[in-house]
Design a protein around this ligand. Structure first.
Ligand code: CTP
Length: 150
């Protein structure tokens, strides 16, 4: 049964990532996000970001990643974000007016996120950190598939 809106800690939540080769680590994150907000917006990094910043070629093109995320019942809305928006979440909050940014705990305490926490406070917004699911990632899936086809 769907959780009553009134029980959720936040109204609008936002999380962002590449979400290539959608896997259980992604789903764990998205379900945790949705358990804490009434309306979950997912920012999907565009292909230029994946190529130019992560120096990887996306396996699933942008619009396939968008469609897969849109099909999940824990996701309410999907938006495409460019490199500037991926690297500066202030650009996202100004546009999307969310109350909370959900992020992996590998970013907690980094200068970039400490600064974002301060900037968000002016908007009355928070950052919540979730643990990264161990043992799975897009990179690991690609490597496993590569070694099995040799
Ligand atoms: N994520 C997670 N647990 C995993 C993999 C990803 O919680 N095992 C989270 C990330 O912290 C991020 C979001 O899912 O908030 C999107 O991550 P993304 O970079 O697309 O996934 P990875 O599988 O880590 O991709 P890569 O191996 O290319 O870095």
């Amino acid at each position: 049964m769907k959780q009553d809106i009134a029980e959720k800690k936040y109204r609008i939540g936002f999380t962002a990532g590449v979400f290539d080769l959608l896997h259980i680590g992604h789903l764990n994150l998205l379900e945790r996000c949705k358990s804490m907000c009434s309306y979950l917006i997912v920012g999907v990094c565009d292909d230029d970001y994946v190529r130019n910043v992560k120096h990887k070629e996306p396996v699933y093109p942008l619009m396939d990643r968008v469609r897969l995320l849109n099909a999940l019942k824990c996701v309410d809305e999907v938006v495409v974000i460019n490199t500037a928006e991926t690297e500066d979440k202030m650009l996202c909050i100004k546009e999307l007016k969310f109350d909370v940014l959900f992020s992996g705990d590998d970013w907690k305490g980094t200068p970039r996120y400490l600064k974002t926490e301060e900037q968000f406070a002016e908007f009355g917004a928070k950052i919540e950190y979730f643990p990264y699911t161990q043992g799975i990632s897009t990179t690991q899936i690609k490597e496993r598939t590569k070694s099995e086809t040799k």
